[in-house]
Design a protein around this ligand. Sequence first.
Ligand SMILES: [Mn+2]
Length: 296
Amino acid sequence: MPKPIAIHGIPMDIGQMRRGVDMGASAIRYAGLQSRLTNLGWHVTDMGNIRIPDTVDHTHDELSNAHNSAAVAAIAHHAYTAMQQTITNQQIALFLGGDHSCAIGTLAASITRPGRTGVVWVDAHADFNTPTTSPSGSVHGMVVSTVMGMCPPPLRIGTSTLNADQIIMIAIRDLDRDERIALRQSGITVYTMRDIDEHGMATIMRRTLHQLEDVESIHVSFDMDSLDPSVAPGVGTPVSGGLSIREAHLIMEFLHDSQKVAALDLVEVNPILDQFNRTAELAVDLTCSLFGQRIL
Ligand SMILES: [Mn+2]
């Protein structure tokens, strides 16, 4: 029997500057996520949304150059608890963002799971800034560094930290100056768009699964801005030169083949910038590939 899937919405947008991604969870649900997964044979429970305060509470200590850091951390704590709950309940976790900063909590909890966890980070960005290097001060650009323990409190959730050799990044194409230097030195495996162009996605995914051979579970953190804006216009931070629809599906199909997927963050859908919900519909299609939908 496959494990059941638990969906949690995290309708937050305070980890970045452009409003609208807080509606991403609704758009993905509206695109038929639950029924599509049910039709694939999964037992799916929608746990509703993690409660997000209507206004940002600035009374707590904040980091300089990390906007809303205390409020983001508070939400990340709730995401952490939700992820831990799915581990206890032996469910597969599906988180609907919201901006990517919600993954600060989900990843921090994933690495507390017994057995080794690998993270596949699919994103135009590395989200590897710190308050010191970030040009914008947006926390959604500091997710990986936070989970690796490189940022000061309140950007520190839980007690475990993610190691560089547990992370594989795919579709990267937009790095800030100091972020690029730090990423090069980090030891994280990074497959840029150039690597994908040169070697093809199948080769990249075979290498990815080979590297993750010794992990027991895989946490997929999927930013919809990894796709090219021509096919996914409704995202928080669009960057041209991204994944094709088929390249993105192939990532998901290979990850399904591994039979190790334990969690998915599906983030940064922005319905305000979308066309007739096509980005959310694509997010649902890709999720179905991750959970076993096959062409033939
Ligand atoms: Mn991201």
